[in-house]
Design a protein around this ligand. Structure first.
Ligand code: PEP
Ligand code: MG
Length: 695
């Protein structure tokens, strides 16, 4: 337990009112549904009463609705106040949870998505005047399809209830049933994002704010349905009243409460869900869409979403991105008047919906889409063969994965193996460390997706100050990117590393196993980690496996020849190598345009790595995102990289590209760009080169 992190003030010993130190809220969108749910769920594990405090304001920390309605914003100084038997632990744990963003993953900031003012314009496209509705970009891409106006049927609710005890029973039964429904939806969720949203909904079902409100209504003679509806409406309206603030995510909070509220209300009233059969190529237009609505649509018939409410941070936007379909939110309300079945063109990039586009417009978009689809199909058709250059050199094209499902997808898309298994997925979002058995099963599932002939590179746990784990008491750091990260954490907590290594080693033979350590800066770190691996290998009596390291820190790149004497392979993590070479935070929104892996300084680091490896006959792969950048592929090959581990969708295109070039011309290209002064010059040269190999 990280007792050391939190200073606790005890106001009166008698009542044990404890207050944690103020924490500036790190969440860019405040405590919206998911982090609020996580915070409330943790608070509920304690018996004491707990409040979340901001200055003189406070809310019940066990109420998701209360926390969401608190209208928190990034930077708000929040404190945890508790009274009761386990108050000390509650304050400590919850203060740490706040500090760590309540488990919210860092990801591209929603503000990075371009926002467009909502307006209707009559624009002229290709000489024709067509109604064009403007909104806010929520998910990229284009689609041509037919409008399906989505409306929910109203639910009749009678105000007067039977005996309060009966109404209470009905309420609890409906809440239980709703829980079962959401759990079923969660297990069938089409994406991790959707599953997380549903997890927040499960929390809302137990929210003391909503339940107490409903019970109060029942106590004064209202029906359970009426009382529940009133409690949900009041909470949702309160949350929506906060949406005038600059934080767009606030609008979503009311949407969550309404969604859960409606589900329970239908169960209480016996209302039948509106069955909603989508036609083929549907573009759904709605005032708003809740996660339950979007989850119920037939994905095979759905081409896009368009909603009047919501913005770039809405659930619709997040889900559409995870489904890979375009979406536009904050759309002009007049889009609701487009007749069902009308042909429309949805352009997520331009945040626009064109009603009845001209044939010329449709055919232009359709041509682009079918050209993309055709090229992809052609590339996919040859993706299962090896990628060999025109002059006969083979490049291994592997896939970066988090679990067995990703590995299967990668193989189906032509991956020759797994070049990076990010093992963090087993360790995140939980309260205790995964046991060896659980880990072994998960690694075996990935290995079995590959089979004994394919290569599996497992990276040991890569966490630290920037990617904290709840159960790992890492003290807060001034500079987490330069602190306890990657292999340093494994060496600090050797039992954690040993358990993981044993679990990984148990998969030996099911695939061609390689183990690598992340964020290695010094030979001593590599040796210490490798010795631990050796000891566990000896204990299990397993034959030696290939052992490598990630090249992510300039010191390792510069000393690659020394490392290559002792390691079997290198895999370059260009995401971190770029940030450490250029001293630019990889997640900094203002530096996003400059943190470029094609900067000549980063390319020089890659060149040094390859030279050092070559001296000792070791191979070098790239598993950072530069390997998924088609512009970068020829230059990486020219520098001496022989394995590229990329994201699933780009694998067929990489294989096609490799077959169109010769290693010799790639080497010439690499030689040229290494001499350039800026990343822009490198990109310009590589763009020109890519044109020469287009078909
Ligand atoms: C990298 O740094 O390039 C890398 C692959 O590791 P991660 O992105 O997981 O830090
Ligand atoms: Mg990294």
């Amino acid at each position: 337990m990280p007792w050391g992190h939190t200073k606790i003030a005890m106001e009166t010993a008698e009542f044990q009112v404890l207050t944690g130190e103020p924490v500036p809220l790190p969440n860019s969108a405040g405590l919206h549904a998911r982090p609020a749910a996580r915070f409330a769920a943790t608070a509920k594990t304690y018996q004491c009463t707990i409040e979340l405090v901001r200055g003189v304001d406070h809310v019940n920390a066990k109420s998701v609705v209360g926390i969401m309605g608190f209208g928190t914003q990034m930077g708000d100084p929040l404190q945890v106040r508790a009274r009761g038997v386990d108050a000390v632990e509650a304050v400590t744990v919850l203060t740490d949870l706040l500090r760590k963003g309540c488990g919210e993953e860092s990801g591209p900031s929603p503000v990075a998505l371009q926002e467009y003012p909502a307006q209707v314009v009559c624009a002229t496209h290709f000489g024709a005047t067509v109604p064009s509705f403007q909104g806010v970009c929520a998910a990229p891409g284009q689609a041509v399809g037919v409008v399906v106006q989505f409306r929910r049927a109203g639910i009749e609710v009678s105000e007067v209830g039977g005996s309060p005890s009966l109404e209470r029973l009905q309420l609890h039964a409906a809440l239980d049933q709703a829980r079962g429904q959401i759990e079923t939806l969660q297990s069938a969720a089409g994406s991790a994002v959707q599953a997380k949203i549903l997890e927040a909904h499960l929390e809302l079902l137990q929210d003391p704010g909503l339940i107490d409100g409903a019970l109060h209504g029942i106590a004064i003679g209202k029906s359970a349905a009426w009382a529940w509806q009133a409690a949900c409406t009041a909470s949702a309206q309160h949350l929506e009243s906060l949406s005038g603030s600059s934080n767009a995510t606030l609008r979503e909070r009311g949407n969550d409460v309404r969604d859960v509220g409606r589900r329970v209300l239908m169960l209480l009233t016996g209302a039948v869900p509106t069955s909603f059969e989508l036609p083929d190529n549907a573009i759904v237009v709605a005032q708003e869409l809740t996660p339950s609505d979007t989850g119920a649509f037939d994905r095979s018939k759905l081409l896009g979403f368009c909603t009047i409410s919501g913005g770039a941070t809405s659930h619709v936007a997040i889900l559409a991105r995870s489904f890979g379909i375009p979406a536009v939110c904050s759309m002009d309300p007049r889009a609701l008047q487009i007749r069902n079945g009308t042909r429309v063109m949805l352009d997520g990039d331009q945040a626009r919906l064109l009603s009845e586009p001209t044939d010329a417009e449709v055919s232009l978009v359709e041509q682009q889409l079918s050209r993309k689809a055709l090229v992809h199909a052609q590339q996919l058709a040859t993706a299962q063969s090896l990628a060999m250059t025109k002059d006969g050199y083979t490049i291994e094209v592997a896939v970066n994965v988090r679990n067995a499902q990703d590995a299967q997808e990668g193989i189906a898309n032509g991956a020759d193996g797994v070049g990076l298994l990010r093992s963090e997925f087993l360790f995140d979002n939980r309260d205790s460390e995964p046991l060896e058995e659980e880990q072994a099963k998960a690694y075996a599932a990935v290995a079995d997706a590959l089979g004994p002939q394919r290569c599996l590179v497992v990276r040991t746990l890569d966490v630290g100050g920037d990617k904290p784990l709840r159960y790992l008491p890492l003290p807060p750091e001034e500079n987490p990117f330069l602190g306890m990260r990657g292999v340093r954490v494994g060496l600090e907590y050797p039992n954690l590393l040993r358990t993981q290594l044993r679990a990984i080693l148990r998969t030996a033979g099911r695939a061609r196993l390689h183990i690598m350590f992340p964020m290695v800066a010094t030979l001593e770190e590599f040796r210490a980690a490798r010795n631990i691996l050796q000891e566990e290998q000896d204990r299990l009596g397993i034959a030696p496996v290939q052992v490598g390291l990630m090249i992510e820190i300039p010191s390792a790149a510069v000393m690659s020849s020394q490392f290559a004497k002792e390691a079997d392979f290198f895999s370059i993590g260009t995401n971190d190598l770029t940030q450490y070479t250029l001293a630019m935070d990889r997640g900094h929104p203002k530096l996003a345009g400059k943190t470029d892996g094609l900067h000549p300084a980063v390319l020089k680091m890659i060149a040094l790595t390859c030279e050092g490896a070559k001296t000792h006959g070791k191979w070098v792969g790239v598993c950072g995102s530069l390997a998924s950048d088609l512009l970068a592929v020829p230059v990486l090959m020219g520098l001496g990289v022989t394995e590229l581990s990329a994201s699933v969708p780009v694998i067929p295109a990489i294989k096609t590209l490799v077959r169109r070039v010769s290693l010799q011309e790639c080497q010439q290209l690499a030689f040229e760009v290494l001499e350039m002064g800026t990343a822009a010059q490198v990109r310009e040269r590589l763009t020109a080169f890519s044109k020469t190999i287009e078909e």
